[in-house]
Ligand binder design. Sequence first.
Ligand SMILES: O=c1[nH]c(=O)c2[nH]c(=O)[nH]c2[nH]1
Length: 291
Amino acid sequence: MAIKLGPNQYGKAGVRLVTVTRAGDVHHLKDLTVSTALRGDLAKTHLTGDNSDVVATDTQKNTVYAFAKESPVGEIEDFGLRLARHFVGRFGQITGARVTIDEHAWDRITVGGRPHDHAFSRSSEEKRTTVVTVENDRAWVVSGLRDLVVLKSTGSEFHGFPRDEYTTLAETDDRILATAVTAQWRYQGSAIDWRKSFAEIRRILLETFATKHSLSLQQTLYAMGEAVLEARGEVAEIRLSMPNKHHLVVDLSPFGLTNDNEVFHATDRPYGLIEGTVLRDDAEDPGPAWQ
Ligand SMILES: O=c1[nH]c(=O)c2[nH]c(=O)[nH]c2[nH]1
């Protein structure tokens, strides 16, 4: 039996980068978490400890900060592509780079009805995300969002499921539907307006959640993905992960009270987890960014 080194990659995870761009008195903030991962002919360090091919993870981190100074960060997809192409172009032994970026949103604080120049509040836990993969001279971009929390207080039913000796769930034709959407969509084509595409996809996801009368969270998930693909030709495929944030009608009968879908116990666990992919059957080659 022989033992050998399998696939491997390495990089710096969780580089916290905040930039302030000053337009006179008005400051603009970018708050990113960047992770880099490099692949290539790196057997020597694993097998003998010879580090002559290892671009130190500390260097990778420094490159993130230096690039943020050398030109405006801009859209996270562009920043990720610049970094990934740099690592692959600069070091012969590095044949692939994956840059993962989460963008944390800040809103301006309103003071006296006006947005403040340089004071901000964290808007929510929602993050805009991208994973950029460069291999030799090809690039793939998978962007998305995480923790987009949504709720509708009607327009959701769940019934018709099989019942066995372990089934206690009541059928309902009117329930709260709530979830925290994680979406990742794979881009195809070129010359994509990243900011506009993100804003449109987010809007479509929200509008479809709001307006689609739901017979299951699964049906809602598919409708959300389908609406994105119908409207956005630059998206080849979308993956959605949606925890069902159950809101249970509280039994108030011990107190002689009725509960007409007005008082709920919002539970955080356990939760249903509904996940699915919606895709075009003629989509371009997914590449290594999509596993
Ligand atoms: O939309 C739902 N899908 C399920 O699969 C499920 N299972 C469950 O208990 N409640 C729900 N709701």
